[in-house]
Write a protein that binds this ligand. Structure first.
Ligand code: K7E
Ligand code: CUA
Length: 678
């Protein structure tokens, strides 16, 4: 792989060189054709053809520009919900314009949204993500999952996992705010989350690096017996808009490193599939000089790892009868899963990454990072092999189904296949990390005639996930595909040695014959992502979200954490300040361009409970509330109420002000918070 990367850099320099030559030629052409010698003016004025010529745009550039450009005032047709990677957030991006619409505060405080800066509800949600009582205010978000109805996105909720700390979060798409964070009580890291079942009854969170249950200590020499893998099924209560932790359960798995999961759909509904690696049970090289084997060698020694095939429907009942309590989580012991027929393995080549289910649920597609093929398994054949007990137990006694008996097809795509998406025309799209490309391939029956590679399009560079429009649902749209590239190398201005990621928009509407060099795919646009490292994303028709989203809260005094009116919310006419011993409680309203009351006087050491309601009801009339020195900033969207609580430990004069430019007299929307010395 290092050699390959070096080769990539070499090639990209070559591309840059060619690009410079083309640009110079275009400039010369432009200069030669200029009638007044004013290259600048001809680039800004003149006909479209003049502009294209002056800027050196090719026919393909122009067609790409026409496909991505969304004129001012018009809206995008699709939305991407992307993991924010280390940002600990979720990004919302319009397609095809690739305009960033919002960064939703999730695991990490977000100042503009007042997420984690004094607003008690947001502080409490962030506190739900504490690990053993400690704040963990960053996250490594990987896989957002839009809620589904009958296997199709319904635009109501988004879930997201935190790989670093094994947490999941629930975002309500009525107001695009995080409502809940859950710390997994049995695991300290995860990866195979979040993925949802076709009606969002369950939110799946698979594990990654095995540890003893509850990340307790056990010596690494006891890895085989004391370290555990896991998959957790969080029960989602749609009417409450929350995960019900008490009705959730987990399955103990062998200490293979579970990787990614996907829920079966249609014919395979009720089953869950997870890939894994490190079935070698590698434990690292240990102390320097001890001669042990490094993880990357030890964990990729075998030719096969195991796809986990899980009977979720049946597991629900077994959890109730045979589950044991670990740190408050109901866990099905491994032996119970084996005895009850909940868990089967299927050999998968080799150090795979990801499992993706075809739209009809018939096939499970696995990519081996170190194998140039995608391997396609048949759900029917898996069921037949289970019925026929065509298996050998692994070292933990889990039945390993016979590979050949469940295999449907293997398609050779290229180097480093990772993740797969689908369109509505019988094509699959697989990211090729080492090739730096997206492969387009045809599915066999019932989608098409033959399992076969159609071709590939280069991307820049080292693609991880990819997302097609509704490309993991029962009804993919095709149209657009976005490559989520890890490296951008030469694509953008280098802002220091940490370079942006690169989202590349690709048009997949044409058939492969339309452009044989790229199997019909056209690269449209590069979007640098200078925040976090996104992993997965999902792309939904914007209309579906528009059906649910609120632009102002339904009533004045709305509490987003309960999604109802807070009976204690300040309302116009009942603003007041009440002192009770050392506690000062304030009921304040905000309206363009005034705080009522606008002067608050307390004594040092007082407990301050400050209730705020934005009584404006027009779209976008958001007010802020920032108190200097006290790390307080609240965003109050139209109708919203919030409460801030703190001890007035610092005496002094603190002008508070509206931190959202809301009106012509926004600067005047201010007040004094006076803290008299004791
Ligand atoms: Cu980065 Cu899905 Cu976590 Cu692959 S994962 S790239
Ligand atoms: Cu309210 Cu600025």
């Amino acid at each position: 792989m290092p050699r390959r990367s070096a080769w990539r850099v070499g090639r990209s320099k070559l591309i840059l060189g060619v690009g410079v030559v083309i640009a110079v030629m275009a400039l010369i052409a432009a200069a030669c054709s200029g009638d007044d010698g004013g290259g600048e003016s001809s680039a800004l004025g003149g006909s479209a053809a003049d502009i294209a010529q002056a800027r050196g745009l090719t026919e393909a550039d122009i067609s790409a520009a026409l496909k991505t450009y969304v004129p001012s005032g018009q809206q995008d047709e699709y939305l991407i919900f992307s993991s924010g990677g280390h940002a600990g957030q979720v990004f919302v991006i319009g397609v095809p314009s690739m305009r960033l619409l919002k960064t939703i505060g999730v695991f990490t405080p977000e100042p503009w949204q007042g997420w984690g800066y004094g607003d008690q509800d947001t502080m409490e949600i962030l506190e739900q993500g504490r690990v053993d009582g400690n704040d963990v205010l960053w996250a490594d978000t990987h896989h957002p999952a839009l809620s589904e109805t009958d296997g199709d996105y319904d635009g109501e909720f988004v879930f997201i996992n935190d790989k670093a700390n094994a947490r999941v979060a629930v975002i309500d798409l009525r107001d695009f705010e995080t409502k809940q964070i859950l710390k997994n009580p049995i695991a300290i890291n995860d990866h195979g989350g979040t993925f949802v079942t076709p009606n969002t009854e369950w939110v799946i969170e698979g594990g990654q690096y095995a540890t003893p249950n509850g990340w307790e200590y056990a010596p690494i020499s006891e890895y085989e017996s004391e370290y555990k893998g896991m998959v957790t099924f969080w029960k989602f209560d749609r009417s409450a808009g929350r995960i019900d932790a008490d009705s959730s359960f987990a399955m103990e798995l062998p200490p293979y490193w579970q990787d990614l999961c996907d829920a079966g759909k249609l014919v395979s509904e009720g089953w869950v599939f997870c890939n894994s690696f490190n079935t070698e049970l590698a434990t690292g090289s240990g102390d320097v000089g001890s001669g042990g084997e490094a993880f990357e060698a030890g964990a990729s020694a075998r030719d096969n790892d195991y796809m986990h095939v899980i009977n979720l429907d049946k597991a629900v009942g077994v959890a109730a009868s045979k589950g044991v309590d670990i740190n408050g989580m109901t866990v099905i012991p491994l032996q119970a899963s084996i005895d009850e027929g909940l868990l089967y393995f299927v050999p998968e080549p080799k150090s795979p990454h990801g499992v993706d289910i075809t739209p009809g649920g018939e096939y499970m597609v696995i990519s081996g990072k170190l194998d140039p093929h995608v391997t396609v398994y048949s759900f029917d054949k898996i069921q037949d092999a289970i019925a026929a007990q065509n298996w050998q137990p692994d070292q933990y006694g889990v039945p390993v189904l016979d590979f050949d008996s469940v295999l449907e097809a293997q398609v050779e795509l290229g180097l480093g296949p990772l993740h797969t998406q689908f369109d509505g025309d019988g094509y699959a799209y697989t990211s090729l990390f080492l090739n730096s490309s997206v492969a387009r391939w045809s599915l066999g029956p019932p989608y098409g005639d033959e399992w076969k590679l159609e071709g590939e399009i280069p991307v820049h560079y080292n693609i991880g996930h990819l997302v097609a429009a509704e490309g993991d649902t029962v009804d993919p749209d095709g149209r657009y595909l976005v490559a989520l590239n890890k490296w951008s190398i030469d694509r953008f201005f280098p802002p220091g040695p940490l370079l942006p990621q690169n989202f590349q928009l690709i048009d997949i509407t044409e058939a492969p014959e339309a452009a044989p060099d790229t199997a019909g795919m056209q690269l449209l646009y590069d979007m640098p992502i200078g925040v976090g490292e996104p992993h997965y994303a999902q792309m939904i028709k914007a209309d579906k979200v528009l059906d649910h989203v609120w632009e102002v809260y339904p009533e004045i005094g709305w509490d987003p954490s309960t999604m109802s009116v807070d009976p204690n919310a300040p309302m116009a006419g009942n603003e007041r300040v009440v002192r009770n011993g050392d506690t000062v409680e304030i009921w304040m309203t905000l309206v363009r361009s005034h705080y009522t009351p606008d002067r608050i006087e307390v004594k040092a050491g007082d407990r301050v409970i400050w209730h705020l309601t934005n009584i404006d009801t027009s779209k976008d009339a958001t007010h802020g509330f920032s108190v200097p020195g006290y790390n307080i900033n609240v965003s109050l969207e139209p109708g919203e109420t919030a409460t801030v609580e703190f001890d007035a430990t610092m005496d002094g004069v603190f002008p508070f002000y509206c931190s959202e430019f809301c009106s012509a007299l926004h600067l005047e929307m201010a007040g004094y918070f006076l803290v008299a010395p004791e």
